[in-house]
Design a binder for this molecule. Sequence first.
Ligand SMILES: O=P(O)(O)OC[C@H]1O[C@H](OP(=O)(O)OP(=O)(O)O)[C@H](O)[C@@H]1O
Ligand code: HPA
Length: 185
Amino acid sequence: MSVDLDHIRQVKAEADCLFTAADIEAAMDRMAAEINATLADSNPIVYSVMNGGLVIAGQLVTRLDFPMEVGYLHATRYRNKLSGGELFWKARAEHSLVGRTVLIVDDILDEGHTLAAIVEYCRDAGASQVLTAVLLDKQHDRKAYAGMRADFTGMPVVDRYIFGFGLDYKGYWRNANGIFAIPEA
Ligand SMILES: O=P(O)(O)OC[C@H]1O[C@H](OP(=O)(O)OP(=O)(O)O)[C@H](O)[C@@H]1O
Ligand code: HPA
């Protein structure tokens, strides 16, 4: 499928910056302090949820100062589209999860179906404790279940389609160093 790069560039040029790189750094510092205080003695496996979790997970783990294993899970619900569908698994855990503490790191808790399914999968695979960390928690009442929250959250974000710092717009701009919202129609 061909991509109109002029359109991709235009979306970035016209987007609203919701959080700067400095805002994100500060949020990751706060998250890391909480995670260091909570998980230091748990010998966890820390999983990035690909693709969106790649950027936050990479930068978060360097702030964590205790022994851990790291890896990735790949589950996608949006598949480069602007609204979510059925969860599609591309890669499951390589480690045995039996008796382990698992920390799942993702870019965003939006409706939460992705994280809910991953948590259920880790529990079913025998993990003794499954915790979740997200950079952003989108504010709306469409969560997978009422009151759903991650165990560690960086920042709340408004209910708009956003990109940057792992989040994509049509597969692009995961590399944008900030959180941006496409203009409202
Ligand atoms: O809370 P939800 O409504 O389930 O949405 C959150 C998920 O959606 C995005 O992934 P996506 O399916 O777009 O795949 P990607 O990580 O490859 O972008 C994001 O990275 C989360 O994993
Ligand atoms: O707002 C979003 N932007 C990009 N990817 C997403 N996945 C869930 N919500 C979003």
